[in-house]
Design a protein. Structure first.
Length: 305
DNA sequence: TGATATGTTATCTT
DNA sequence: CAAGATAACATATC
């Protein structure tokens, strides 16, 4: 679930929470998530470090560390939530900050009542625990254990960053840039390019479908068959959709329930994702679901050509 | 029981 | 060699 809006939302909330906190201890319960480092070395590298600031590249959350590598002076803890990762910050006192994949409440509690597994930490899906000196804690939970935490110095981070295309929401990502990228892949289906992080950083399956609907373009359309005016529309659409999603708290999961029990922010705005078989919100047709490059793909046949 | 799942990468198969 | 398809990661849900 976490695409650009979700990770960005998490970053903003976490920024306030963890900035200037100093790491006191680290517990790695599932060492695979910190590969290639061993649990021990991973922990050692983090202990004593202060969180200076937060950043995001594509769908990766970055925490800048104080001491960093001796040579480069910069150090970053990079966190990728992949499909089911979740970060929970528990202050010594006060509300939890949660970002990423939601976890359901216990079976005996209806949705919206209580905080479910989220309130009982750590639990069986908690794989990394970072304790700060002020008594607060950051938990990394991940049901499917696809996510990871890595430590980068400035150089290796730059290398990682170079593997991604420009940020979808950056000003540099304009029509000219978009055209330039698309031009190289005339025979590709448009959705595949939208979700390719090497070309555009931040768009995942959900927002790709939503953006295509917004632009009236079928996800399966070949790039060479898309007019310039449509390319422009698609550009405006994915920017608009991503920004709206961020403003709504970046929620895109249909199972997401916030701590206060309110349904997630962006769900009501979904036009096609997860709505297969339901009536299109623009016309009277039904939303269809197909498989495109191995991913579920949703569109309205009459609104999207 | 089997199909499906939001991300990414490795490894097969054309 | 390259594009495309599929498996893999590990678990839960419908």
């Amino acid at each position: 679930m976490p695409e650009l809006p979700e990770v960005e939302t998490l970053r903003r909330e976490l920024d306030r929470a963890v900035k200037n906190k100093i790491i006191k201890s680290v517990e790695v319960r599932w060492p695979k998530l910190v590969k290639p480092l061993s649990a021990n070395i991973f922990s050692k590298k983090l202990i004593g470090q202060k969180i200076i600031s937060t950043d995001r590249r594509a769908k990766i959350l970055l925490l800048k560390l104080s001491k960093g590598d001796k040579k480069t002076r910069d150090g970053f803890l990079a966190i990728h939530l992949k499909m089911t990762g979740q970060l929970i910050f528990r202050p010594k006192k006060g509300r939890l900050v949660i970002g990423g994949h939601p976890l359901p409440p216990p079976p005996n509690l209806p949705l919206g009542q209580g905080e479910g597994l989220n309130s009982n930490l750590p639990h069986k899906h908690t794989h990394i625990i970072i304790n700060f000196t002020d008594g607060s804690t950051l938990y990394f939970n991940d049901i499917r254990k696809f996510g990871w935490l890595k430590i980068f110095d400035a150089k290796s981070l730059e290398k990682l960053s170079a593997e991604f295309g420009p940020e979808a929401l950056s000003d540099q990502f304009n029509l000219k840039k978009f055209q330039e990228i698309l031009k190289k892949y005339p025979n590709q289906k448009i959705k595949q390019l939208l979700t390719d992080q090497k070309l555009i950083a931040g768009i995942g399956n959900i927002y790709a479908d939503e953006s295509c609907f917004c632009a009236g373009i079928r996800p399966t359309r070949l790039v060479k068959d898309i007019k310039l005016s449509e390319i422009n529309k698609l550009l405006l659409c994915f920017k608009k959709t991503l920004k709206l999603a961020i403003s709504k708290g970046g929620t895109s999961s249909d199972t997401y329930v916030k701590l206060n029990g309110q349904p997630g922010g962006f769900v009501p705005y979904l036009k096609v994702y997860g709505r297969q078989g339901e009536k299109c919100k623009k016309c009277q047709g039904l939303v269809e679901k197909i498989r495109l490059n191995g991913r579920g793909t949703h569109f309205c046949r009459s609104c999207q050509k």
